[in-house]
Design a protein around this ligand. Structure first.
Ligand code: G3D
Ligand code: MG
Length: 586
């Protein structure tokens, strides 16, 4: 016999936020066009089957009658859960949420609360940033949803979540090996196709949560990822090496093997040349336009979508998927991936890093990175007697002239391409009437296995000594700021093979192995012993450009490939994976 439950839920919030509309949409599938403020307390019933349990929700709507104190206590009595609604276009209604929360908890005690930001369809009139709402929800211990009573977007999800919370349904974390059948794979792809709106809305919100680095402040956008992961049912953790530089780690499933999906949260400054607002997503002709759409909030969206779809199928994974939304991806990653792997000891068997490979190619090789600083020290004197000083700026100009001429005569690598060098910054002198005593420049060199770090440094040192001879009185030094060798994953690795198979299954096209994409995080993983590739939607050329955009179709394709790959990897035992990898030539 089916178990039956009846729960009273109070639906509260300021007048006009859409409480009556939500209840009517849910229970009668009718958006009220002629609306009369509800008089007194009233309730409507909503029945739902939750994993074989028949639950009836009695939804009580106070109808905005703040004066009747006795009515209010009657209204709240015996409520097992609360839905607090505010209007996303009305800041005041959001500011009053805590007041409503206090009222319900003062009478009902600590009951499960769902926070709802309604009128999600009014995109252009939105006033409440999603990350602030997510933050408030966490503070209140509530589950947050954004809904539209008008389009029925997420309305059922919000109320079903309330019912689940009251029932105390938790996901069992048993590591039962996943049974992957062709039907299941097909269903997974269908769920992703049905989730296009979900993906667009998530990416829109990620873009709106500005996270420009430098200076770097990822906490806002991290709140959004955190909320999404929480709703999906992932275990979540936050790590900050520096305050506000937030990393989010979500875990779905349990035990081994472990697959990490990772993308960075920060973006570069918008710069000039935008026709579209950089931090308000424009959806146009199959693309989402905005800063970070490609680099890397689009790839991040595909990853979250993959987890969302797997969760919708209600599967128990035979291992763990980690979703890492990392800080500091636009810099060297000291506060992001490096910190997570080295100091937070995150350990996985494989990593897919969100890059822009058009959901088609897989990036398996990254050049080495060598960041150098040259410093020239001369002697400062008054500008009227330059012969008595030693001009550090002039010496540096001479040196950089020669450095620009360096040719590294090595053949291009089939995947990584050429060795390149770029003089990135130059600083020196203090004023027009002084002979400068100090000048410095930074140089970025990307190199292939055809040359070593030592060879590059010795070439530069040679040129420095030569220039020092020519410009008497200026001392020159070379300092290594960052040095990471070239890395390349073995193409026979199970991860590469599965991605290749799945790209071909989903797109029907041959995938290509490429090099040079999202270099830093992939490299950080490889150097920490984690086989890693970069893969994701979007074109590499869109990175750091004005009017940055990403194809919605590619967003979904990447999610499909990633979700199928999760299936393939997590349906193996750790031992099977190890055997697979032992077969690989070193
Ligand atoms: P309340 O019960 O919280 O007081 P109502 O709010 O459900 O009566 O809704 C107040 C107004 O907001 C109504 O408009 C209603 O149509 C509108 N509304 C409710 N939900 C949504 C939504 O999701 N999207 C949009 N666009 N409008 C919504 P009127 O004009 O009748 O006052
Ligand atoms: Mg009402």
């Amino acid at each position: 016999m089916q178990e039956e439950y009846v729960f009273k839920i109070v639906v509260i919030g300021d007048g006009g936020v859409g409480k009556t509309s939500l209840i009517l949409t849910l229970t009668e599938n009718r958006f009220p066009t002629d609306y009369r403020p509800t008089l007194g307390a009233d309730f409507a019933s909503y029945k739902v089957d939750l994993d074989g349990k028949l639950v009836t929700l009695q939804l009580w709507d106070l109808g905005g009658q703040p004066s009747f104190a006795h009515l209010r206590s009657f209204f709240y009595t015996e409520a097992k859960g609360g839905v607090i609604v505010f209007d996303l276009t009305n800041m005041r209604s959001f500011e009053n949420v805590e007041k409503w929360h206090d009222e319900v908890t003062s009478i009902c005690g600590k009951i499960p609360i769902v926070l709802v930001g309604n009128k999600h369809d009014l995109v252009d009139e939105r006033r409440v940033p999603r990350h602030e709402a997510e933050q408030l929800a966490r503070k209140l211990g509530a589950l947050y949803f954004e809904t539209s009573a008008k389009t029925r977007f997420k309305v059922d999800e919000a109320f079903i979540a309330a019912a689940r919370l009251i029932l105390g349904i938790r996901e069992e974390a048993k590591a039962v090996p996943l049974k992957v059948t062709p039907e299941l794979r097909k269903r997974l792809l269908e769920v992703i196709d049905e989730s296009e709106d979900y993906a667009i809305n998530l990416l829109r919100d990620l873009i709106s949560a500005q996270s420009v680095n430098p200076p770097g402040w990822e906490r806002g956008v991290a709140e959004i990822v955190l909320g999404e992961l929480y709703r999906i049912g992932a275990q979540t953790e936050i790590y900050e090496k520096v305050e506000g530089r937030t990393n989010v780690v979500g875990r779905l499933g349990d035990g081994e093997p472990r697959l990490m999906l990772a993308a960075h949260l920060d973006v570069v400054a918008p710069g000039d040349g935008w026709i579209y607002p950089p931090f308000r997503a424009t959806v146009k002709e199959g693309y989402v336009i905005g800063r970070g759409s490609a680099d890397a909030k689009g790839p991040l969206t595909s990853m979250v979508l993959a987890l969302y779809a797997i969760k919708k199928l209600n599967l128990q994974l035979g291992g763990t998927v980690l979703l890492v939304a990392a800080a500091d991806g636009e810099a060297a990653g000291e506060l992001g991936m490096k910190y997570l792997l080295k100091e937070r000891k995150i350990n996985v068997d494989y990593a897919i890093i969100g890059g822009n490979t058009r959901s088609k190619n897989i990036c398996v090789a990254e050049r080495g990175i060598l960041w150098l600083k040259v410093v020239c020290r001369g002697r400062t004197v008054h500008a009227s007697k330059p012969h008595e000083g030693a001009n550090a700026v002039q010496a540096l100009i001479k040196l950089l002239g020669k450095v620009s001429e360096i040719k590294f005569d090595v053949p291009p690598h089939p995947l990584m391409g050429e060795v390149t060098m770029n003089i990135g910054s130059i600083q020196g002198g203090t004023g027009i009437n002084m002979v400068p005593g100090r000048a410095e420049a930074t140089i970025d060199i990307r190199y292939t296995p055809a040359i070593t770090e030592e060879e590059i440094i010795s070439r530069l040192t040679e040129i420095i000594r030569e220039t020092e001879e020519e410009v008497k009185g200026v001392e020159m030094s070379l300092e290594v700021i960052l040095s990471e060798p070239p890395t390349e994953i073995n193409q026979d690795q199970f991860l590469v093979q599965m991605l290749k198979k799945n790209v071909e299954e989903v797109t029907g096209e041959k995938m290509e192995l490429v090099g040079e994409n999202e270099a830093m995080m992939t490299k950080v993983c490889m150097l920490n012993g984690i086989p890693a590739v970069s893969f994701g939607p979007g074109e590499d050329e869109q990175k750091h450009r004005p009017n940055e955009k990403i194809s919605i179709k590619e967003l979904l394709t990447a999610a499909k490939v990633i979700a199928l790959t999760i299936f393939d990897i997590l349906s193996q035992t750790k031992q099977q994976l190890q055997t697979q990898n032992q077969k690989i030539r070193v």
